[in-house]
Every structure is written in structure tokens, then in C-alpha cells.
Write a protein that binds this ligand. Structure first.
Ligand SMILES: *[C@@H]1O[C@H](CO)[C@@H](O)[C@H](O)[C@H]1NC(C)=O
Length: 256
């Protein structure tokens, strides 16, 4: 009697904890998962942000191998849903992020299965979120080289898209390799480029320069004066993501 009441009290408390939102570092959540998007799960009413990866947002468009626009964010969600299936997941919570979501490494099949974050990066439907950790960089590089998933076509890094979505017509190519601590960026001649001469967004590499006569001229990578041109944002110079964008802003192409 006494014991039964105590157990009932405990499970009531446990239910309260689960329903109350975030789980904390060190906790493991085990339960059926609802896939919210390619990098977010809901386990027992707790929103879980999958650690170390970033998948395209549900509304984010990408372009496939033939250049056609498709809903890569919905594809990423479907890929994660297929992997999770109907079995519970186990999520080891690492921390709470600034949005109060629990950041966790989650495993399929009640914890006996694959690391879901690794799976998403390996299959090419999420990128390594290297700002928060480079553990999935090797898988990111494999997927990039093999052109798996979204790497088959063109896309903008999800973090860049959230911050400043490009017009889909301007999304050309793919994001750069996962930067390791010693990663070095080189120009077309193969010389190392100092970090302060790199575009803030690697997918917006066009340099908008104002010359001595006050003319606004843009330089594309590989152009004769590209490497010698610096972008002084404080003087009104700027980076562009596409020639279209530069022309629309009133800049003209460099002559050579
Ligand atoms: C790209 O998308 C178009 C339109 O959905 C489709 O017809 C085409 O087969 C796709 N190409 C590739 C290579 O996936």
C-alpha cells in the first residue's frame, strides 16, 4: 500500500518532468520520437535539437543536379523520419541552447541503433554544424565528395539561409569544405589567402570596389584584379553573392 502510493507519486513526478519542456545535460530521454525537421525531434514533449548537425529548414529551397528547385528541407525531414521509423530513440542531452532546446546526440532503435546526427550528415541531408563542433566533419567531407543528398545539386548553408536567404536563382554551387583548425583557403594561383581577405559568407565571394574616381566596380573570383582588391566595408565597399545582385545594386563588372 505504502509502496504502491510511493510509486504512483514517482511516476506522476516523472510525467511532470517530461511534460515540462527541456531536459538537462546528462539526462537521457528514451521514447517515441516525432520528427519536426531534419535536425529536430520531439521526444516525450521535449524538443530536441540534434547535436553537431544542421539540416535545411522546412521552407528552404535547394536546386537538384539538373538545376531544378526542390524542397530540400522537406526531403531532409523525410530522410530522418524514415530512419527513426516507429521505434523509440534514445537521446543523450549535452546542453540547452540559447532557445531553451535540449541539444542531444540521439540514437535510433531505443539506443541500440545508429547515431542519427551522423546518419544525416553521412547521407548528405544535413551538414556538420562546425560552429558548434567538428566531430561530423569527416562524414560531411565524404558526403560532399560523393555528392550525396543535397550535395548532388546546389544549396546554401542552412545557417546562412536562416540569416540571409539568397534568391534561389543566386544559389549556385555548394558550401565550402568543413573547416578544420588548420584549414587554409587558397586563391586560384594556389596561394594562401589571409582570413581577413575572405568573404564573410563563402557563397558571396564577389568583391564590390569603389575606385579612385568613385566608380563602383565588381570583381569576380579569378578576375585579373580580384586578388589585389580588398573590400573596405567602412568605405561603402561590399561583397556580393552574384553578379545579378551586384548589377541590381548599381555596380558594373570589371573590364578584365
Ligand atoms: C530535378 O528535379 C526535376 C523536377 O522535379 C526532376 O524532373 C528531375 O528528374 C530532377 N533531376 C535530378 C537529377 O534529380
Amino acid at each position: 500500500m505504502q509502496r504502491g502510493a510511493c510509486q504512483a507519486g514517482l511516476s506522476f513526478l516523472a510525467a511532470l518532468t517530461l511534460a515540462s519542456g527541456p531536459a538537462y545535460a546528462g539526462e537521457t530521454l528514451l521514447g517515441p520520437a516525432r520528427v519536426v525537421d531534419g535536425d529536430t525531434l520531439e521526444v516525450e514533449d521535449t524538443k530536441i535539437r540534434v547535436n553537431g548537425i544542421d539540416a535545411p529548414e522546412k521552407a528552404q529551397p535547394c536546386r537538384n543536379k539538373s538545376g531544378k528547385v526542390y524542397a530540400c528541407g522537406l526531403d531532409a525531414k523525410a530522410v530522418l523520419e524514415a530512419k527513426v521509423g516507429q521505434t523509440p530513440v534514445a537521446c543523450e542531452v549535452k546542453e540547452l541552447d540559447k532557445f531553451g532546446r535540449s541539444v542531444a546526440t540521439c540514437y535510433a532503435n531505443s539506443g541500440a541503433g545508429e547515431d542519427l546526427g551522423a546518419y544525416m550528415v553521412e547521407s548528405g541531408y544535413a551538414v556538420a554544424y562546425w560552429k558548434y563542433g567538428t566531430e561530423y566533419c569527416p562524414l560531411h567531407e565524404q558526403a560532399r565528395a560523393a555528392k550525396r543528398g543535397i550535395w548532388a545539386g546546389s544549396f546554401q548553408l542552412p545557417s546562412d539561409w536562416r540569416h540571409m536567404p539568397l534568391d534561389i536563382d543566386d544559389v549556385v554551387g555548394v558550401p565550402p569544405p568543413c573547416p578544420g583548425p588548420t584549414a587554409e583557403v587558397t586563391n586560384v594561383q594556389g596561394d594562401a589567402v589571409p582570413a581577413d581577405e575572405l568573404p564573410p559568407n563563402p557563397q558571396c565571394p564577389i568583391k564590390g570596389n569603389i575606385n579612385a574616381k568613385g566608380e563602383r566596380i565588381y570583381h569576380v573570383p579569378g578576375g585579373n584584379f580580384y586578388d589585389a582588391t580588398s573590400v573596405e566595408v567602412s568605405e561603402g565597399e561590399r561583397w556580393f553573392c552574384s553578379e545579378r545582385e551586384a548589377v541590381a545594386a548599381g555596380w558594373r563588372a570589371a573590364k578584365s
